[in-house]
Structure formats: structure tokens, C-alpha cells
Design a protein around this ligand. Structure first.
Ligand SMILES: [Zn+2]
Length: 608
């Protein structure tokens, strides 16, 4: 397979032989299951050995998968790409058919369930849960059956740098484990926000893995913050209104209800992720808007059904890990059951997106729409803080309640854009081109220098965050003006047609107004600075001449003087008004350099 480097040769150990025999004879496997749970053996993980108090270190996790890979033909561990700490990213593949080629797996109509762990290594429930799940899928016949139509892909630890920066207590509010990693990666990035801008090697390697495996279902495992309530597990399913409608319908009508039902039959009851409408969940909870900066929002752009599992920080680590395990197992079970339907829906969704004309670029909560859901909470109150004497919130765990609360779960598109026939990207914008390539966007290149009539945006206005956010001073509220121009392109410049299944990624990153656009992430800040100016004493005479020669300009200038006394008393501002409307002013200032091809004309393209 392309770019994959097996770490281990597959060696069938004595244990493997035994287990394969047991899988063929249910009675034997039952005995074996018992032995796993009742006495320590080589497959017990640190979490189990410590009675749920400890989480595996990065090295323990990798060593464990290496051993599984040696023991079972159905498990491979690959090292792939780099991460910011210098170590490679690992991917564990569990394939019943022992087929580890993503292309042939898809051809065999198998689904791929992709599990990402340790993006926040201080929230390691999924690291331990996945180790046990991988083992149990091999050793428990009932679970092994779940691999009939699904290949499981596991990133054991995504934020390796953070996982190696281990301590007792960087998550001040969380109950256990004893030691765990830190949220920031080797360069202090929060990888959970890096899926579009891809600043880190971790995110760049992830993008390659993601597109290589094209997961049908993705789960990113976390531990929650925030309010206290009875549920050990909460769930962010990717926001339904921004998911492709066919995929969304299946998620909302089938997968999510079945997943909740399955969890309800265990002690690991689950509720939608709790983001309170006001201060406490009684006021209602709001569906989380997972924009594409997050893994689930990113995956949703490619019609992947995606989840963020959030175990509740105030439940013991032991319960959180088993809750995460139960959730992963349940999702695997549903994916296996519905493998045909999921495959069909995703193929249809890909085709629909390739033909779709209008795309949403922003979303906002519709506060007029909610449904009522049953919620098991704890009564909240206020009392004086022993520290500050001020009022503080508390939840009384001795006063549980079950009641209906409002669940605000509808988002409306607040920006729409009609796609062009293609985007034209001058080759100098290398960081953008690199990301499009990492995300397997199909790009072609011009075969010669040529002038092409395109629609271009001018950035009329935008706001910028005052503080650095993930190494960026992010722009927002970007306002645009359109112009149609003949633009000079050069041989090798890029053409991105919008007839692709990855249209959402193309449009949401390249349309400057989009909430997650490369423009808003500062990739084009060089266009925001004016390069040439004028000397007032020289330009004064030129400006006078311009006004005499251009009555329309003169009228606009006089109107401005009439309506704006400050302007009328500012010599430089008045000359600047004329300068900016004259041929002397640079056309590149605030001109977004990616052109939109509106008419489908034949372009000179290099042969592929
Ligand atoms: Zn998290």
C-alpha cells in the first residue's frame, strides 16, 4: 500500500494459535474470556491492572498494539508521517479479512470506523478503551462478529507531544486517572482546533490518513468540562443541519437514536453534550456547533458520519473508560449492521455534493426552535464561597432530578455562496495549495501564461481577534465586494473545478466569508497592506486635474464634503479619497487573489 510502512512482521504466537482455536469453539472462548478478566495475564492493560486508576502511557499503548499486531493476523500497526514532537503517528488497523489496503477494503463494500484518541491527552478515556476494544475484538466471539463488515482504524495517541508531557493534575476539575498528558502539543497547539489550518505535522499527517482511509464513521474521544449531571457519557454528533441531508437523515433517524438506546441499556447512560443555554442545564442545552476546525466538523465536510465522545469529568476514570468502550462497541455494532445502507448513502451524498450549486458558509443557532428531552441532572444552587465570600454555583449530587428540558438543536445557514465553475489559484499561494493537496482535492495546472476573465473579491471590511488564537489573529465578519476582471495567470497556476465530492472543503476554505476560510485564518494577510502611497504636496495638483476631468468623481467628492465635516476639514483624507478612486491606486490592495471562473470556458491545461 502507498506510503505505509509496517512496523512488525506478522508473527503467529502460541497465544494467537490458542485464541484462534477458541474463536472456533465458543465454549473454549468463553473460558478464555473469563481468564482475561479474572487473573492478570499479558493482555491486561495498566488501566485494568490498577483497577481503573491509571491510564496507559504513550509507550505502553504503542507497545501493547505492537504485541497485538504480532499475536493476531487481523491487526496491523503502522507508523505514518510525522508529528511535531518528531515521532511518527501510528495507525492500528483491525481487519477480519486481513486486508489492509484501503482501496480493496472499499471495493469489498466494507465500512471503516475510525477512532482518534488522545487529541487531548489529559482526556485519555479513549486511549485505554481502544486498547481493550482491539483486544476484545480478537478474543470475544460476539465482538469478533462485529468485524464482518467493518474495518476498525485506531489512532492510539494523536497528540504524542502532549501525551509525553505527563503530570498528575493539569485538568484541575477532573476525577482521575492518576497521571495523564497535557492538552497542548509539542508546540503548544490545541490539535482539536487544527483540522482546517493544519499548522501542525500531526494535523497534516491526519489529513493524509483520513483521505487514505475515507472513514464512514469517525469518533474522536474526549472528556467533558462544564456542568455536573448524572450521565457518565455525553455525545457530540456532528451538527445535523450542516451535514449533507441524506447522511444527516440516517444519523438523526437511525444511528443516533439506536446508539442512545444501546447506551441506555447499560450503566453508561448518555445525553447530548451539555452546553447550557444559560448557566445550568435546567435552562436548556444547546447543540454544539462543530465547525470544520474540529475533527467531526472536518469529517462532515467529506460526508463522514462523525462524533465526539465526551465522558463526564466528574465520573470516576474507571466508568469513563468503560463508558467510552461501550460507546465505541455500540457504534461498531450499528455500523456493522447498517454497512450496506451507510455505504449507499455516502456514495449518493458524494455525488450530490459534486453537483450541489449553493453552499452555506456560516451558521447560527435558531433560538426559536427546540425540542424537549428528558434530562437527569442535579439540583443547582448558589451559596457563599469560602474563598472569596462571593456567590458561587454548586450542584447538589444528593438531589438528582429527572425532568424535561429544552434542547436547542437547530442551526440556520447565515451565509450562502453560489459555487463558481472553478477557482483559479496563482501558484505563489503555496500554503493553500499544499493543504488542498493534502486533502486530495483534484487540481489541474495551466499549460501556458494566459489572461482569464474571472470574478474577484475585494475585502471591504473585516474584524480581527485581539488575542492570538492557536497562533493566529483570526479574522471574522469579513465583508466582500465583487469585481469582474481580466486577470493574468501564468503557466503552472492551479485550477480547482467545483465538480468534486470534496466541494464542501474547497468552498468552505476558499470562500473568504466562510467562518473557517483560509482568509480568516490569516493565509492571505499580505494583501491587507497597502504598498504605495502619495505625497500630498505633489498629488494635490494631480487631484485637482482629476476632479476637473471626471465630473462623477467630483460629484462624489463634493457630496462627501457636504455630509462629513471631519472629512471636509482634513486635507490628507480628501486627497486620499481621490487617490483611491484614481488609476494611481494599486488594484492589489485587499484583492483576494483567488479568482472565480463563472463561465465554463475552455482553459489551457497541462495533461494529467
Ligand atoms: Zn477534549
Amino acid at each position: 500500500m502507498r506510503c505505509f510502512y509496517p512496523i512488525n512482521l506478522i508473527l503467529l504466537s502460541m497465544i494467537n494459535l490458542l485464541i484462534l482455536l477458541m474463536l472456533n469453539f465458543p465454549l473454549g472462548s468463553h473460558l478464555h474470556e473469563k481468564s482475561i478478566h479474572n487473573k492478570p495475564n499479558q493482555w491486561v492493560i495498566p488501566f485494568e491492572a490498577s483497577n481503573g486508576l491509571e491510564s496507559a502511557t504513550y509507550q505502553q499503548a504503542i507497545d501493547y498494539y505492537n504485541r497485538l499486531s504480532k499475536a493476531f493476523n487481523e491487526i496491523h500497526i503502522y507508523s505514518y508521517g510525522k508529528t511535531d514532537i518528531g515521532k511518527p503517528l501510528h495507525l492500528v488497523i483491525i481487519s477480519k479479512d486481513q486486508d489492509f489496503d484501503p482501496e480493496s477494503i472499499k471495493k469489498a463494500n466494507k465500512r471503516v470506523l475510525f477512532i482518534n484518541n488522545g487529541i487531548h491527552p489529559g482526556e485519555p478515556c479513549g486511549i485505554d478503551a481502544s486498547m481493550m476494544l482491539a483486544r476484545d475484538l480478537m478474543m470475544k466471539p460476539a465482538l469478533h462478529k462485529l468485524l464482518d463488515h467493518v474495518v476498525v482504524a485506531i489512532i492510539p495517541v494523536y497528540n504524542i507531544g502532549g501525551a509525553l508531557n505527563r503530570s498528575c493534575c493539569s485538568r484541575a476539575n477532573q476525577i482521575g486517572p492518576k497521571r495523564y498528558g497535557f492538552r497542548g502539543n509539542a508546540r503548544n497547539f490545541d490539535l482539536d482546533r487544527d483540522f482546517v489550518k493544519e499548522n501542525t505535522l500531526n494535523a497534516q499527517s491526519f489529513a493524509e490518513l483520513f483521505h487514505m482511509w475515507n472513514p464512514d464513521v469517525l469518533v474522536d474521544t474526549h472528556t467533558s468540562d462544564g456542568a455536573d449531571y448524572q450521565y457518565p457519557m455525553t455525545l457530540i454528533a456532528t451538527q445535523k443541519d450542516k451535514l449533507q441531508p441524506m447522511v444527516s437523515k440516517y444519523l438523526e433517524k437511525v444511528m443516533k437514536p439506536d446508539l442512545y438506546k444501546m447506551m441506555d441499556h447499560t450503566k453508561y447512560i448518555m445525553t447530548p453534550y451539555v452546553e447550557s443555554y444559560k448557566t445550568t442545564p435546567d435552562s436548556g442545552i444547546v447543540s454544539f456547533l462543530d465547525t470544520p476546525i474540529y475533527s467531526s466538523g472536518y469529517a462532515a465536510m467529506f460526508n463522514t458520519i462523525s462524533f465526539i465522545s465526551e465522558a463526564h469529568m466528574l465520573h470516576p476514570f474507571k466508568d469513563r473508560v468503560w463508558g467510552t468502550y461501550t460507546e465505541l462497541k455500540s457504534l461498531l455494532s450499528i455500523t456493522n449492521r447498517d454497512y450496506k445502507e451507510i455505504g449507499k448513502i455516502r456514495a449518493e451524498a458524494d455525488s450530490a455534493v459534486a453537483h450541489q450549486q449553493n453552499f452555506a458558509t456560516n451558521w447560527s443557532l435558531d433560538t426559536t426552535k427546540y425540542k424537549r428531552i428528558t434530562f437527569k441532572g442535579y439540583r443547582a444552587g448558589y451559596k457563599n464561597s469560602k474563598v472569596t465570600g462571593q456567590q458561587r454555583l454548586y450542584y447538589d449530587e444528593s438531589k438528582p432530578y429527572t425532568k424535561k428540558i429544552k434542547y436547542y438543536n437547530t442551526y440556520k445557514a447565515t451565509g450562502m455562496v453560489q459555487k463558481p465553475v472553478a477557482y483559479l489559484i496563482p501558484q505563489g499561494w503555496r500554503r493553500v495549495i499544499k493543504r488542498l493537496a493534502l486533502n486530495r482535492v483534484k487540481m489541474q495546472r495551466l499549460s501556458r501564461d494566459t489572461s482569464i476573465r474571472v470574478q474577484m473579491y475585494y475585502i471591504d471590511d473585516f474584524k480581527t481577534m485581539k488575542r492570538a488564537y492557536e497562533a493566529h489573529y483570526v479574522h471574522h465578519d469579513t465583508k466582500l465586494r465583487r469585481d469582474t476582471v481580466n486577470y493574468q495567470y501564468y503557466k503552472g497556476d492551479y485550477v480547482v473545478y467545483t465538480n468534486q465530492k470534496d466541494n464542501r472543503y474547497i468552498i468552505e476554505t476558499l470562500e473568504p466569508k466562510s467562518i473557517v476560510s483560509f482568509f480568516n485564518w490569516n493565509f492571505f494577510d499580505s494583501i491587507l497592506m497597502q504598498k504605495e502611497y502619495f505625497s500630498s504636496y505633489v498629488f494635490d495638483d494631480t487631484a485637482y486635474k482629476l476632479l476637473q476631468e471626471h465630473p462623477k468623481l467630483k460629484k462624489a467628492f463634493e457630496d462627501k464634503r457636504q455630509s462629513d465635516p471631519n472629512f471636509a476639514s482634513n486635507h490628507r483624507a480628501q486627497l486620499d479619497f481621490i487617490y483611491k478612486r484614481s488609476p494611481y491606486f494599486e488594484r492589489t490592495y485587499k484583492r483576494y487573489p483567488i479568482g472565480r471562473l463563472i463561465h465554463n470556458i475552455k482553459l489551457p491545461l497541462m495533461s494529467e
